[in-house]
Design a protein around this ligand. Structure first.
Ligand SMILES: NC(=O)c1ccc[n+]([C@@H]2O[C@H](COP(=O)([O-])OP(=O)(O)OC[C@H]3O[C@@H](n4cnc5c(N)ncnc54)[C@H](O)[C@@H]3O)[C@@H](O)[C@H]2O)c1
Length: 358
């Protein structure tokens, strides 16, 4: 069983490569591991103005390289130079709607880029562990009521989901063919659900959409208000990736397969619940919520069964829905009030580490 703080401390002094460090999850993961003494290196497209990465001034805390995961020559040269002990692969075209606008780029980045990191890890002997991040959307969505388990069928309707399912297949092939017998090495893929939290400014995601509307005092437009998602705070799956990464480094168990990280199956909330709670937490007066018809196919019910992570890693979600929404909206409130982002984010990391289940 892994304890989160012990897992975090096991990264002290280690060389850690995070692809997608300029993104929402990657910026939080980079900050968290940096705060626990890891030597963090990042590889991703340049950070956007106003992003969590930029507001944290992460470029001063970690060593970041602007690069494209589709460029194998650049990526593998960087991995070779950095000589990481562990790689967290998060770089991706991460949005369903954007995948309809540019399916080819989505497949190229998510499958081709994923293959390139697997190949770079294969040829770089310093690497002792790989956590390959995909998504809960890699499961063939059958609109079933039970949570998906790791052995369930893969598949995807929209290009994003299909790209993540395909990336899982490529990962499984590399893991079986090259990583199972590699000495002192462990590899695993991680599948998490929709995350929310401070620092996400992506288009067409519910919290950034709500916050933009709340700041501007405009009405909030929601697609599919009755759709349920396994909402969780961004620090929940990240604590899973960290626990898994620490375990891989410690025990080097070869091919460790796939792992789900999601909220309890009972914690079902709709898009409308999230929107109403965001308005309440923000504390503004009347904000109108209007439903817009989503023309594109988006799956309805999606839940994960995380018994494997709980039983074998001792991982569990720490923040319930109310706390998740409270911490998320608090982050944006403090941002709007001009409080230094590093102070806000570092204090949220600390309160997460100190909290038990609530
Ligand atoms: N946010 C979620 O709700 C969620 C849910 C499930 C899975 N995921 C997965 O977690 C990972 C991180 O998601 P996120 O929410 O932080 O996404 P994000 O869009 O905020 O960040 C994506 C990161 O990938 C990088 N990237 C994109 N294209 C690239 C390219 N061609 N070359 C190099 N870097 C590139 C971006 O620069 C950025 O650093 C992704 O693999 C995503 O699919 C996210």
């Amino acid at each position: 069983m892994e304890n989160l703080v012990e897992a975090l401390d096991s990264f002290r002094g280690r060389r850690v490569l995070i692809t997608g460090d300029t993104g929402f999850k990657g910026s939080w993961l980079s900050l968290w591991l940096h705060q626990h003494g890891a030597q963090v290196f990042g590889y991703a497209l340049p950070a956007e103005e106003g992003s969590h990465f930029t507001e944290l001034h992460l470029e001063r805390l970690i060593q970041h390289e602007n690069g494209d995961v589709r460029d194998l020559t650049h990526l593998s040269r960087f991995v070779e130079e950095v000589q990481p002990e562990i790689v967290f692969h998060l770089a991706a075209q991460a949005l369903v709607i954007a995948s309809y606008d540019d399916p080819k780029a989505t497949f190229d980045i998510n499958i081709g880029g994923g293959t390139n990191i697997l190949e770079s890890v294969r040829v770089t002997k310093s690497v002792r562990a790989l956590v390959f991040i995909t998504s809960d959307k890699c499961y063939l969505n059958k609109e079933i009521v039970r949570g998906y388990v790791e052995s369930d069928e893969l598949g995807g309707h929209d290009p994003y989901s299909a790209s993540k399912a395909a990336a899982e297949l490529v990962f499984a092939s590399y893991a079986r063919s090259f990583f199972s017998d590699r000495p002192f090495f462990g590899a695993a893929s991680a599948r998490a659900g929709n995350v929310i939290g401070g620092g996400d400014w992506s288009a067409n995601r519910i919290i950034p959409d709500c916050v933009r509307a709340l700041i501007g005092g405009k009405s909030i437009e929601v697609r599919n208000p009755h759709a349920t998602r396994p909402w969780q705070h961004v620090l929940e799956p990240l604590s899973g990736y960290i626990t898994l990464g620490s375990r891989l480094l410690k025990h080097g168990e070869g091919n460790m397969g796939s792992w789900n990280f999601g909220p309890p199956e009972t914690a079902v909330h709709t898009v409308e619940d999230v929107t109403r709670t965001a308005i309440k937490e923000w504390g503004s007066g009347e904000i109108n919520v209007s439903e817009i018809s989503g023309k594109l196919h988006e799956a309805n019910l999606l839940q994960l069964n995380c018994a494997k992570a709980t039983l074998e890693l001792g991982w569990r979600p720490r923040w319930g829905f109310e706390r998740t929404m409270h911490e998320t909206i608090k982050w944006y409130r403090q941002f709007q009030e001009g409080i230094d982002t590093l102070t806000t984010s570092a204090s949220q990391l600390l309160s997460y580490e100190m909290s038990d289940n609530d």
